[in-house]
Design a protein around this ligand. Structure first.
Ligand code: MG
Length: 203
């Protein structure tokens, strides 16, 4: 399986990163070694001094497809979860400044921790869904699907023009404003609506 991550899908986050709004989705990938199963702590790697959380809605792909039309994209997923797109911001920024790929800052081991479970999309209103991230009990990120620049269906249509989606692939759909650093001892808790899906200890 593979993890496809969307960048700059919320205008307020693009603004906080001083990035222009994209006219088409921006995506990058993480390998399967970026997975960190729920329940495991996250250990800050020693190659970064500025590790940031980015809480994102995650779409689990349920069947293979290529060149998926937007109006059929809904047939390709039926579960939504939460994940953290951990980013070594210092390394990513250095890569961006040189016009280089970002992998060392984004795709490292365990950089994509997942929540404990996914929710069936039939139980959710995807056009008006709110998710939140709390750090040490304090609200730090609030995302609304209404603020996505590109909807989930648009993202699937776009990405599948270039890359065949397979069963079990994960699509991280971008982060809202409020990204920030984590330190040893922090606790991250993520919610879709009122339901807690993610509880991650930083070590
Ligand atoms: Mg992200």
């Amino acid at each position: 399986m593979k993890i496809i991550c969307i960048g700059r899908n919320y205008a307020d986050h693009a603004k906080e990163m001083n990035s222009p709004l994209p006219s088409a989705p921006v995506f990058f990938m993480k390998p399967d070694t970026a997975m960190l199963p729920a329940g495991n702590p996250f250990y800050i790697p020693d190659f970064t001094n500025d590790l940031h959380y980015e809480c994102e809605l995650v779409v689990k792909i349920k069947k293979a497809g290529k060149h998926i039309p937007e109006n059929f994209a809904g047939d390709y997923y039926d579960e939504i979860g939460l994940g953290i797109d951990f980013t070594a911001r210092d390394l990513q920024t250095a890569c961006k400044e040189k016009g280089l790929p970002w992998e060392i800052g984004k795709a490292f081991d365990n950089s994509a921790p997942m929540g404990t479970h996914f929710l069936p999309k039939t139980a959710l209103n995807l056009t008006d869904l709110t998710f939140t991230l709390h750090k040490n009990g304090e609200l730090v990120q609030t995302g609304h699907t209404t603020d996505m620049i590109f909807s989930i269906d648009k993202l699937i249509a776009y990405v599948s023009q270039f890359i065949t989606l397979k069963t079990g692939d994960l699509l991280f759909t971008g982060t809202p404003a409020g990204v920030g650093p984590v330190a040893i001892g922090d606790r991250l808790e993520g919610f879709i609506g009122e339901e807690k899906l993610l509880d991650l200890q930083i070590k």
